[in-house]
Design a protein around this ligand. Sequence first.
Ligand code: MG
Length: 157
Amino acid sequence: MRVGIGYDSHRFAVGRKLILGGQAIPHSAGLAGHSDADAVAHALTDAILGAAAAGDIGTHFPDTDARFTDADSMDLLRRAVALVRSRGLRVVNADVTVIAEQPKLGPHVHAMARALEAALGCGEGSVGVKAKTNEGMGFIGAGEGLAVMAVALLEAG
Ligand code: MG
């Protein structure tokens, strides 16, 4: 068994779509980023790569590489899963916390979890997604951006 942790944060940017866990979420702003800026997919990708001690999202999918401009981050997540599979590891489960003051993400956590389970190739009930606010504090509370934490458990086989 191997555990990995991931973290990501992005600034809000007007005129971009808000994509989290592969879901387009209605909001007045999206997230700034080179790819689609899906911070949920990014944090989980880092957790999976980290569990395998296989580097991080920036080393595998650099934002200086034009191939990843506006990339579908769920595709990057699937690639990370394939990479750890090639090293004899599979994802057992994962847990994700999204910290955002707005929009309210509770109505979207179920769809995010199902999409992440499909990307990870693990069964329903394997991925938890939770939405929190930051109680009005700091950059998240001020609505400058949002942050995501993720952990993933991998096992041989
Ligand atoms: Mg990111």
